[in-house]
Design a protein around this ligand. Structure first.
Ligand code: GDP
Length: 196
C-alpha cells in the first residue's frame, strides 16, 4: 500500500487524506496484458527517482495525493482485476467499490478493445442508477507499427459509452499523469453538479 504525493517538488511532504481533502477510489479494469499494472506502478512512483517514502502495504492497492487545478485529491488505486485465485468474487467486488473506473485496452490488440466495451456494459449493469466517471484508456500508444485500433475508433467508442477517452503509453510514461488528473476532474464535475 503506497501513500505519497505525485509531484516531484513535494514528494517529501506527503499530504494525507486526513487533512480534509477528497478521497476517490479508482479501479483499473481490462483484459490481461493491456498494461494495468504498468500504469499502477507509474502511479505508485516505482519508476520515480525518489521512491524512498513509498510504503508498500499491499501489492495491488496504492494511494497518492495529487494537486489538480489547485485542489488536492487523494486517489486510492485498485489493480486487482486479475487476481487469479479469487477472480469471480473479486471482479464482482471491483464493479461495486469504485468511485471511478479506468477501462484499459491495448491499441495493439483489437480483442482487448472489444473486451473494454463489454466491461463498460457490465459496469453499467452493475451500477445502473449511478453516473460513474469512466475513462476509456487506449494504452501502448508507443507501439505505432502494431496499432490495431485507431484513435478515432477509441474516441467514437467513448462517445457511445458516454465516457472520456485518452491514449497513454505506460512504457514511455506518456499521458499517465494526465490520465489521473482527468479522472479527478471527472469525479469533481459530478460532485459539483450534485451540489448545485
Ligand atoms: P496487465 O496484465 O494489464 O496488468 O498488463 P501489464 O502491466 O502486466 O503489462 C503487460 C505487458 O505489456 C508488460 O510486458 C508491459 O511491460 C507491457 N506494457 C505495458 N504498457 C505498455 C506500453 O504502454 N507500451 C509498451 N510497449 N508495452 C507496455
Amino acid at each position: 500500500y503506497c501513500r505519497r504525493s505525485w509531484s516531484s517538488e513535494s514528494s517529501d511532504s506527503v499530504i494525507s487524506s486526513e487533512s480534509g481533502n477528497s478521497l476517490y477510489r479508482v479501479v483499473l479494469i481490462g483484459e490481461q496484458g493491456v498494461g494495468k499494472t504498468t500504469i499502477a506502478n507509474i502511479f505508485a512512483g516505482v519508476h520515480d527517482s525518489m521512491d524512498s517514502d513509498c510504503e508498500v502495504l499491499g501489492e495491488d492497492t496504492y494511494e497518492r495525493t495529487l494537486l489538480v487545478d489547485g485542489e488536492s485529491a487523494t486517489i486510492v488505486l485498485l489493480d486487482m482485476w486479475e487476481n487469479k485465485s479469487e477472480k469471480g468474487w473479486l471482479q464482482e467486488h471491483c464493479m461495486q467499490v469504485g468511485d471511478a473506473y479506468l477501462i484499459v485496452y491495448s491499441i495493439t490488440d483489437r480483442s482487448s478493445f472489444e473486451r473494454a466495451s463489454e466491461l463498460r456494459i457490465q459496469l453499467r449493469r452493475a451500477r445502473q442508477t449511478e453516473d460513474i466517471p469512466i475513462i476509456l484508456v487506449g494504452n501502448k500508444s508507443d507501439l505505432v507499427r502494431c496499432r490495431e485500433v485507431s484513435v478515432s475508433e477509441g474516441r467514437a467508442c467513448a462517445v457511445v459509452f458516454d465516457c472520456k477517452f485518452i491514449e497513454t503509453s505506460a512504457a514511455v510514461q506518456h499521458n499517465v499523469k494526465e490520465l489521473f488528473e482527468g479522472i479527478v476532474r471527472q469525479v469533481r464535475l459530478r460532485r459539483d453538479s450534485k451540489e448545485k
